[in-house]
Design a protein around this ligand. Structure first.
Ligand SMILES: C[S@@+](CC[C@H](N)C(=O)[O-])C[C@H]1O[C@@H](n2cnc3c(N)ncnc32)[C@H](O)[C@@H]1O
Length: 316
């Protein structure tokens, strides 16, 4: 289920209704096309370019979005958003009006046991968003040593029991989602298990950490955050939805750095109005990020950790 849909439309509408005749919309993570469908209905892009690294999701998005008789041409690109700038250059697109990125896995990916993302149900331990490349979680676990696995569980899963869970996984080297979930639940210390009881499954953090590692999610995000702002035209906006603090922190720090004005030349005395202005800023209403309303959380409890942050290009 698409999260923060109205909020994304409100954030990107100003960029997709003004801004002259060329108003390119980018969905960096089209998934099943929920955000794109809402933006095509409520705003007026001149073209939409839609990315996903999951070829299955991309095919379903194409079917859904083309069926709605879109008001502008659609282009579908099977690629990770870390290479978005190169893909756009190949398409001859130099600047865009709006970009949305809704990070992480989709409900569809989580709900398909054969994709290996979830401890509910059983399936091969795959976890690749793009099953056509890279190595699966089972392949990773077949060779990794306990030290490296401890670091992954600690850094990406913030798992307090990382060391004992890693040792148990390396002993068992599970190849299925159920197998991994059982190893983790057995290895977890009693106090930790009591702390999580009734809130989250004991394997939640381990699954998240392995998914981040298998899909290289944080490097993908860093590259995206480095490239995407400079693709925006003046008045263009970038909306990013994160699902955990490792991602949100990166977005927040990048926004902060981009919001600082360029350093004036040290040897030139400047009047206040001549001082360089920041080229990027956070639009009003989005200063602290936006989280789902209580009504949305009632409808979709999976949205509970979502946070939307928005950036606008103010000057060349
Ligand atoms: C939360 S879902 C997006 C849902 C979508 N906004 C919708 O409304 O249907 C995230 C999607 O992003 C894709 N994805 C995750 N990381 C990606 C990356 N680095 N590059 C491209 N797509 C990515 C996943 O394959 C998944 O389909």
């Amino acid at each position: 289920m698409t999260v923060l849909t109205d909020e994304v439309v409100a954030a990107l509408r100003p960029a997709l209704t003004g801004n002259g005749p060329s108003r390119v919309l980018i969905d960096a993570t089209v998934g099943l096309g929920g955000h794109t469908a809402a933006l095509l209905t409520a705003t007026a892009p001149s073209r939409a370019i839609l990315f996903d690294r999951d070829p299955h999701a991309l095919a379903l998005a194409r079917e859904r979005l083309e069926r709605m008789s879109p008001p502008c041409p659609l282009t579908f690109v099977h690629a990770g958003f870390a290479t978005m700038a190169e893909s756009l250059a190949r398409l001859g697109v130099e600047e865009v009006a709006a970009i949305v990125a809704d990070l992480g896995v989709s409900s569809m990916q989580l709900d398909q046991p054969e994709r290996g993302f979830s401890f509910r149900g059983d399936g091969p331990l795959d976890m690749r968003m793009d099953p056509t490349q890279g190595r699966s979680a089972a392949e990773l676990l077949a060779r990794i040593d306990a030290g490296d696995l401890t670091r992954i569980l600690r850094e990406y899963g913030e798992e307090p029991d990382a060391k004992r869970i890693a040792a148990a996984i390396v002993r068992a080297r599970p190849t299925t989602t159920r197998g991994l979930a059982e190893v983790v639940a057995e290895a977890m210390s009693a106090p930790q298990r009591r702390k999580l009881a009734g809130r989250i499954h004991p394997a939640t953090r381990t699954f998240m950490a392995l998914r981040i590692e298998v899909n290289d999610e944080l490097s993908q995000l860093d590259q995206f955050l480095s490239d995407a702002p400079s693709l925006l035209m003046v008045g263009g906006r970038l909306a990013v939805i994160t699902f955990h603090s490792l991602e949100d922190r990166r977005v927040k720090h990048r926004w902060r750095a981009l919001g600082r004005p360029p350093q004036p030349p040290a040897h030139l005395p400047l009047l206040a109005h001549e001082l360089p202005r920041p080229r990027f800023g956070v639009p009003s209403g989005f200063e602290r990020g936006v989280t789902p309303s209580p009504e949305e959380l009632d409808r979709n409890p999976r949205a509970r950790s979502a946070r939307l942050r928005v950036l606008e290009r103010l000057a060349q």
